[in-house]
Design a protein around this ligand. Sequence first.
Ligand code: HSE
Length: 420
Amino acid sequence: MRIGLCGVGNVGSALVELFRENRFEIDRRLVRSISLEQVACRSDSPECDLSGLSVTKDVFAITDNPALDVVVELIGGTDVAKSLVLQAMRNGKHVVTANKALIALHGAEIFSVAREMGVKIFYEASVAGGIPIIKALREGVAGNVINRIAGIVNGTSNYILSEMSGARGDQNFVAVLAEAQKLGYAEADPSFDVDGIDAAHKITILAMLGFGASVNFESVHVEGLSHISLDDLKLVDELGYCLKPLGIATKRCDQLSLRVHPCMVEKNNILSKIGGVTNAVLVDGDPVGEILLVGPGAGGPATASAVMSDLIDLSRGADLPNQGFLELRETSVYSIDELICSVYIRVDVKNQNGVMASVTGILEKNDIGIEAIIQKEVNERVARIAIVTSETKERIINESLSELSSLSAMVVPPQKIRIF
Ligand code: HSE
């Protein structure tokens, strides 16, 4: 099986090295031998040794090379990447990609061309880096009805929140993001990480695989990290929670709920222990129950490990449906307004008598229970109140936040964080 590689960046160079370093182990797991023949690399000074390989600057020289059987797409983005993947498949080649945006946004078209051409498109590396979550959903729990998939699927956001909440709690967001970029975790455009878009791409793919649903990426409710302050992180900690960047896909009465946002997780929940760039995906299936897969979610070597596993599967001639199901069903997604969960509400109010009663009065009027409450004096003029509510419909919470905002004692608009 002759392989052409498009893109020799962080992941591509780790893959080239993996071919050399683990050659013995890889060879003994293959059914057909595999060889990396040609690479497309735009840089004149690649991050790895490309000697012995045919090198081109043109990715379409790879898709159109009749001597190749498989194209590995590691250039990222959705424009050139989509054209090259479609062209490779139309030329009868199998494709392996790490490109979550491509699968999340154009999966339907890509899978349909793959079916038409009788080729495979494998994408293990597109979700949660080195964790074999695609294989787990497509194969390991294939006998289950999946009810929920939830977890930390963006390593950069988890790294940022962990660093901001941990021993280095004085670190600001910008400094920690710069570190994540330097370590090779972040996307080329890091707003994809911190605004939740990368995680939304991944949750779209997981929902498709887990529920057999054709998922429109636009239907995922997405919130990023930018509104999270160090003050909130301290209060979250004091209330007994950790803040985690979660992607959550659930199925309820044949409807899906798809959301990505920072979420408070109780300190005794295992997800709260997952720090740094590590990812964790929890799958709740019937009859298996809950399984949790944990591992490095970003970085060249971990992602290359996932790409290599797809190449080995291809060499074995695995006849796996690309989408995990032969057909995906149209499934409606319910609005975030209908979500029922507990939330944290933080208000900064004028430090004067009777304000606490006005705040709790609004919650009481809207039938929102209070599970925990903390009040602190910020200074002589401002008091801060943090509340954990009972489970309530999001629409009611939002209406209550509007009412709180209009209190004359409100100093800054209230903050809300959902609880897992
Ligand atoms: N930027 C991504 C992350 C890389 O931080 O998780 C892996 O998809």
